[in-house]
Design a protein around this ligand. Structure first.
Ligand code: F6R
Length: 615
């Protein structure tokens, strides 16, 4: 969602704000803006529609430079109000308060009607402007900016990460969060705020992660934090393990391409210290994991998008390997149902960002329904809402994922889920030592197998030209490969804007086969497993309806090539754990190359945002 960056320094802040915005652009990119308090304590604001580059051009084209030691900035992903200059942040109230906001104020219409009666006027269609006016109004009865913000936020329903400055308090930023992420960067002769530590890596590695409801007064040499009850609190300073280079493109053209090729290392890093020679390290899920896993009777997985697809693969694994019932559901549905949560449930959230609003709320809902359940989150973000809310955390060590389309986060989630299935299976004695070693050996082979799969890029690139004039595509798979087909279809949709659907191959004859003709490319995944014979029959059914087909197979699957059918062996001897992970790679490469042909913005596809921190 939206990105926030800000700072109080003894130097000009503008270049840092722009650099931060560039690093945050993956979070939202329909407009951006910054505001700086100049020497005479007046606001100087610039806003542009579109990419951050447009804001940079806007700043360069000005006669008067925007300069100052304190400022805030924002990249927007529109929720309320179209992408336009007037809706871009920062917003200002009466030249006294300016702020940037990530989240949604749900009761903004009531607040707006009230504020109109008080004489406030509105220059945007956003839900954010009411926050600025509410703080300005509170300033009339409060003697500090932080007290004004504390008073104003009492009237908001919804979520917010806020960075606020005031011309009346030119030495400070006030920051607060509820339901949206916000960190404080601790610097030398400077302190900062950001929605994501990545925005600040060039200036600091020291971060304070604000807790839900915290509010902070940030001055150049002092940070004061109060919790949601108004108590003065001390929050730990944590040294970030992220490296600056991790968020740069290096020799690649796109972050998505870089992240696809980083997968061997990402998987290696995720496995490090989580397996020994022949067994899984159960405590990798937390010191209480062994006790919790031994006692659970069923598993409920909740996630969105790509993470949900990983959850579907895990259902097969957990039932097959750990012999435990597993349900998987998208978070936006789960949180509004009245689900039954039996005692003995392990409630797992999967999320790259750890901040997806629906997933966070689904977890909170589950804890309300049955406070006795145990919770585990599998995430790529150490200091996230999900980790704070969960009993157990498993961190995928994928490194920062900047491309909006998720790639290495997905494959490392699968690695985590394989470790989980194996851990529970071991504790429940549904697998023996030899089977455990077999799974561990498979996991160890993954980096090499991914490298082999990546070697097919040239061939896949050639095939991508077939999609130049196509508007639809169908992805087929059986078993775990149905989930991988879902992931392939999602990738193609989001970055090439081709309508794509995934079907379990056996379900075709119940309807979707009617869609098949020469204009509907079909992509099938053919591992060498017990369903191969059935899949081959399905491929014949499709072929006889005239479709152009691409089949990614295990070398040992020996799918017979037919007219207008391209069979691409990816690698060989894949097992039930390795196959779904490895067959993901050609699908990622295919969607990447189709997107290049369609000339879309690969890393920032239209209408999408990296981390969906609003409903
Ligand atoms: C697709 C994609 C999204 C995310 C989804 C959940 O490529 O990236 O579908 O998977 O928004 O995000 P996380 O995993 O951060 O909860």
């Amino acid at each position: 969602m939206c990105g926030i960056v800000g700072g109080v320094t003894n130097k000009d802040i503008t270049s840092l704000l722009l650099e931060g915005l560039n690093r945050l652009e993956y979070r939202g990119y329909d407009s951006s803006g910054l505001i700086v308090l100049s020497k005479n304590n007046t606001f100087n604001r610039a806003r542009s529609v579109g990419k951050v580059q447009n804001l940079e051009d806007n700043l360069k084209a000005r006669d008067h430079k925007i300069e100052g030691n304190i400022g805030i900035a924002h990249t927007r992903w529109a929720t309320h109000g179209e992408p336009s200059i007037s809706n871009a942040h920062p917003h200002i109230s009466k030249n006294s308060v300016s702020l940037v906001h990530n989240g949604i104020i749900e009761n903004y219409i009531d607040l707006k009607n009230n504020q109109l009666k008080k004489g406030y006027s509105f220059s945007s269609d956003t839900d954010t402007e009411v926050i600025a006016h509410a703080i300005d109004f509170a300033m009339k009865s409060c003697s500090t900016l932080i007290a004004s913000v504390q008073l104003a936020i009492k009237s908001f329903t919804g979520s917010y990460g806020l960075g606020i400055i005031s011309s009346k308090y030119p030495d400070q930023i006030v920051a607060t969060r509820k339901g949206s992420p916000l960190v404080i960067g601790v610097g030398k002769n400077a302190n900062y705020i950001a929605s994501d530590q990545m925005a600040l890596l060039s200036v600091t590695k020291e971060f304070i992660f604000l807790e839900e409801g915290d509010i902070a007064e940030i001055k150049i040499d002092k940070i004061t934090i109060y919790d949601s009850e108004g108590n003065l609190v001390n929050r730990k300073i944590i040294t970030s393990q992220l490296k600056e280079g991790q968020v740069d493109l290096g020799n690649y053209d796109h972050f998505m391409q870089k992240e696809i090729f980083e997968q061997p290392q990402a998987v290696r890093d995720t496995l490090e210290s989580r397996i020994t020679n022949d067994s899984v390290v159960i405590s990798a899920f937390g010191y209480k994991a062994e006790k919790i896993f031994s006692e659970i009777k069923q598993v409920q997985i909740i996630a969105c998008g790509t993470s949900y697809n990983a959850g579907i693969v895990a259902k097969y694994w957990l039932e097959d390997i750990a012999k435990i019932t597993c349900n998987v559901e998208v978070a936006s549905e789960y949180r509004y149902r009245r689900p039954i949560l039996l005692n003995g449930t392990l409630f797992i959230t999967l999320s790259q960002s750890g901040e997806t609003a629906d997933t966070v709320e689904a977890l909170k809902t589950a804890k309300k329904i049955n406070s006795d359940i145990s919770t585990l989150c599998i995430t790529n973000s150490a200091e996230s809402s999900l980790t704070r809310l969960s009993d157990l955390t498993f961190l995928t060590h994928a490194g920062p994922e900047i491309g909006v389309a998720s790639t290495k986060a997905f494959t490392t989630q699968l690695v985590a889920l394989a470790l989980l299935a194996c851990s529970i299976g071991k504790l429940k004695k549904s697998i023996n030592k030899k089977q455990e070693k077999g799974i561990v050996d498979g996991l160890k082979r993954l980096p090499g197998l991914i490298n082999e799969a990546l070697l097919q890029e040239t061939q896949i690139k050639k095939l991508s030209t077939r999609f130049k004039n196509k508007n639809s595509a169908l992805f087929l798979g059986r078993g775990t490969m149905h989930a991988i087909a879902m992931e392939g279809a999602l990738k193609l949709k989001e970055i090439s804007y081709i309508h794509a659907e995934a079907y379990p191959a056996g379900e075709l004859k119940h309807g979707p086969i009617a869609l098949i003709d020469e204009n509907m490319p079909v992509i099938a995944i053919a591992p060498n497993d017990e369903l191969l014979g059935k899949l081959k029959s399905n491929l014949h059914e499709v072929k006889s309806r005239g479709s152009q087909m691409i089949v990614f197979e295990d070398e040992n699957s020996k799918v017979e090539s037919m007219d207008a059918m391209e069979v691409i062996p990816i690698t060989s001897n894949l097992g039930r754990i390795t196959a779904p992970i490895i067959f993901t790679i050609p699908l990622q490469l295919l969607s990447y190359h189709v997107a290049l042909i369609k000339k879309t913005d690969v890393d920032k596809p239209r209408n999408l945002a990296k981390s969906v921190t609003v409903e």
